[in-house]
Design a protein around this ligand. Sequence first.
Ligand SMILES: *Cc1c(COP(=O)(O)O)cnc(C)c1O
Length: 377
Amino acid sequence: MSDQSESRIFYTKPSIADLEVKYALDAARNGWGDKCYEYIDRFEAMFCEHLGVKYAIATSSGTGALHLGMAALGIGPGDEVILADINWIASVAPIVHLGAKPVFVDIDKESWCLDPAEVERAITKHTKAIVAVHLYGNMCAMDRLREIARKYSLALIEDAAEAIGSVYKGAPAGSMGIFGAFSFHGTKTITTGEGGIFVTNDEALYSRVLTLSNHGRRKGEVRQFWAEEIGFKYKMSNLEAALGCAQLERVSLLIKAKRTVFEAYAELLRDMPIKMNPEPEGTTNGYWMPTIVVDEDVKFDRDRLLSTFKNQSIDGRVFFWPLTKLPMFEEDSTHKVSYSIYQRAVNLPSYHDLTYGEVERVVDIVKHELMSGYCED
Ligand SMILES: *Cc1c(COP(=O)(O)O)cnc(C)c1O
């Protein structure tokens, strides 16, 4: 069935223009010695401005940014941290590395992010923090989560790795929690190859993370190689930051391209028995990953759709697994929404230069698959 005449559609790919090449080349040629932090400093300053936050520390990954922030908050053995069951593993790994206990809660049917009522039910005297992950660009219910965090004196952390371009009541994703973390992995809306950033408005937390991120060496320390504690090594390189500066100069365009792709899918799939990423009033969705969730009463075989995609040179992605289905954690099938949605959902390809015709190619297959589901009953 494979049609070799049609080009491969990746599920995502970065947009590397002349500007990225120019900056990367400059960093490779000249970004050493006195200039070895130039692009890093510029990238951090640009990111602060983009997000409207006071402090940023560029890191080697989004996971690293989360790890640093959680360590700086003092999260450790005996603490519990609440997060949604459906998530990428990176959001939970730092909690486990720090010796704290992840507490998984079910997701909300509409947002696919953690359900605030479930969060409140899961709070114990050991709870230290809530990790709000804005899944696929969808915004968490931040007002409710902030209220809960305030009521129980918990830290509200934002994992905004998938949510550049998403906004909640005027505030960009990642700018509302005690700290936010972003990823610039090659699959994300903007990329540095690998990379991430920690952001906060809290000066004390910023300086704590700065020390931890520099192998426990305090800023302004005059003794060479003097560390006062064991820290981490999660720095972004100047070369990566050069790519990042170019991406940030083009960020509005890259976000707009994600929205254009999403809108094409939404329009072409509007009569199908599915739901796509929501954009409730007062929010903007950066639409990192256009996703379909098929209605419960429709017969749908996720793996069959993905294999048809594959035969037609199209990449699809399964929705993230409930983390409690992974062997490291305890299964919890009381998470009804999580355990149902993941089997009925697929991420569709999205990138800056995906054409309308290519979107149609994807949509035709999705429609065909959904219609055959109807007929089989
Ligand atoms: C990509 C991602 C991360 C991790 O980012 P890395 O840069 O790959 O470490 C963390 N959380 C979420 C939600 C992500 O999508």
